[in-house]
Design a protein around this ligand. Structure first.
Ligand code: MTE
Length: 304
């Protein structure tokens, strides 16, 4: 009998995963630069957000073991230790409210309908740390167009699963449950706003918000709600969990803004996970070219 021996590969020939992704992203950036030369507003608006040279991807291990997901505990390590109790399949998302065409989607159906594309976004947590993550997902506006918002729709409200058996942290009173978040309709329709189904080319780990979470890269991380079961279009501004818990500290808009300090700490600088020195925080987390016009005429110190 012929026994196939595994090929002898020297460890130095195996590409480290982060390096592999950095190469892919470098290639992606080159394609992006070509596309940017196309004089089409649409092509430009759909380009992934620009990354500077020093935006190295945060290693997969950090992205998946240093998390905020209070439904699984308060320590950064708790979600990766505890989120195995979450059952992300089967899973449905209800889209309702001010829409002509309310629907309940199965996540697998969503994945078939809206094939995932890769977007590398910085995530800036309100606690003054940040990561650079290769997300997989699709633009939320595709789903919202599908349900046909009525002329009364002005906001979009999101809700996380409420099930203390799967999310034991919901037995504690640290936050009002279920976790809820909201966006203005134009923010939700913006091409940078995505529904995330994976990261680093893999399905979304439970601790990162499986099977479906939001990523809004110009806002503090807490706006990017995890494990979504309900999306409701509304006439009025919906409540948000952190604003309910501490209204003086967390507003509805929560755009990344180094000029507005958190009442208990400065927002001027941030620690990129994996780095020693802190770096300056950028207005709108560096996405101002693409999103500042959404807030023309607003006082972002008052509407924080
Ligand atoms: N969503 C839910 N349901 N519960 C949470 O505690 N934490 C938020 C946000 N979404 C949170 C949530 C906060 S504070 C941050 S910074 C990001 O998730 C962290 O996302 P990550 O763990 O994938 O980096």
């Amino acid at each position: 009998m012929l026994i196939l021996r595994p090929p002898r590969i020297h460890p130095s020939e195996i590409t480290d995963e982060a390096l592999f992704w950095n190469r892919r992203l470098f290639l992606g950036a080159a394609v992006g630069a070509l596309a940017a030369a196309v004089p089409s507003a649409l092509a430009a608006s759909r380009l992934p957000a620009p990354r500077s040279r020093d935006d190295e991807l945060t290693p997969y291990d950090d992205v998946t073991t240093y998390n905020n997901f209070y439904e699984f505990g308060l320590d950064k390590r708790d979600p990766s230790r505890n989120a195995h109790t979450l059952r992300p399949h089967p899973w449905t998302v209800r889209v309702e409210g001010e829409v002509h065409n309310p629907k309940v989607y199965d996540v697998d159906e969503l994945a078939r309908r809206y094939p995932a594309e890769e977007r590398v976004y910085r995530l800036r947590c309100v606690e003054a740390w940040s990561m650079v993550i290769p997300w997989l997902g699709f633009e939320l506006n595709r789903l919202l167009k599908d349900v046909e918002p009525t002329s009364h729709a002005r906001y979009v409200a999101f809700q996380t699963l409420h099930d203390p058996d799967q999310m034991p942290g919901q037995r504690s009173g640290v936050l009002p449950w279920p976790y809820v978040e909201g966006l203005r309709l134009d923010e939700a329709m913006h091409p940078l706003t995505i529904l995330v189904t994976g990261l680093y080319g893999k399905p979304l780990p439970n601790q990162n918000g499986a099977p479906l979470r939001l990523a809004v890269p110009w806002k503090y991380g807490f706006k990017s709600i995890k494990s979504i079961v309900r999306i409701r279009l509304t006439r009025d501004q919906p409540p948000t969990t952190w604003n309910l818990a501490a209204p003086r500290e967390y507003g509805f808009y929560s755009n990344v803004n180094p000029d507005v300090d958190h009442p208990r700490w400065s927002q001027k600088r941030e620690r990129r996970i994996g780095e020693l020195l802190r770096r300056p925080t950028l207005m709108f987390n560096g996405y101002g070219d693409q999103v500042a016009s959404l807030y023309a005429g607003m006082d972002l110190r008052r509407d924080y």
